[in-house]
Design a binder for this molecule. Sequence first.
Ligand SMILES: *[C@@H]1O[C@H](CO)[C@@H](O)[C@H](O)[C@H]1NC(C)=O
Ligand SMILES: *[C@@H]1O[C@H](CO)[C@@H](O)[C@H](O)[C@H]1NC(C)=O
Length: 249
Amino acid sequence: MEMEVFIRVLVSLLVSGALLIWGWRILKWVWLKPKKLEKWLRQQGVTGNPYRFLSGDIRENFSMIRQARSKPMPLSDDIVPYVSPFLHQHVNKYGKNSFMWIGPRPRVTLMDPEDIKDVFNKFNDFPKPDINPLLRLLIPGLVSLEGDKWAKHRKIINPAFHQDKLKNMLSAFYHSATEITSKWEKMVAMEGSSEVDVWPYLVNLTRDAISRAAFGSSYEEGKRIFQLLEEQTGLAIQVIRSVYIPGRR
Ligand SMILES: *[C@@H]1O[C@H](CO)[C@@H](O)[C@H](O)[C@H]1NC(C)=O
Ligand SMILES: *[C@@H]1O[C@H](CO)[C@@H](O)[C@H](O)[C@H]1NC(C)=O
């Protein structure tokens, strides 16, 4: 009898202990940690909205996106307010160094090139955000690599972006762009005026220009690589849009 009481007390103690620990962790996750991070960020001169319980800035973000998308896209080069209304408003309001809340996690926006350089140089201190493991399989390389591996790949591709190299590619870009504008000119000449969906042309323009610049004589081979990349991008977008359930692999 006494043994039974003892076991009951023990079990209820364990259960309430576990509940306490869980409760503490949840409290830390949804309130204490975000508030602490907010304090530290403000001390460093980074500003943003005060943390709102659990949802952070997510709700405001979505309602601004919904509102922006309910109107037709403006015919102007200033597309940021349409594409990314929350970020646009945020940067205007809080300046170049700001944070926003993805739920209980702050995301810091840096716009000063020196700060950005600092982050890129300390690649071991600033790992990438977690990505869907399926995506990691689909887009190996710079996008998903970390640490020393990332640095190595980065070093290999760097010379391709030196100004001298880019200058050599100008004629390839010029060639591809003229091809498309002359196509458009023909369309307009035939009908006097014409509405054109430029998206497929811009896709082709990018592909052609890079194929010409990077593959030169084996231009057709370059095009094939781009077809494959397009397929891969389609798959990656499917993955991004789906919810990843751990263990699904
Ligand atoms: C706002 O929504 C966009 C599109 O879904 C997303 O990329 C961005 O991270 C969101 N920002 C915040 C602060 O929730
Ligand atoms: C884009 O390129 C593909 C393949 O070369 C071609 O079939 C298609 O007609 C091009 N699209 C446009 C809009 O020029």
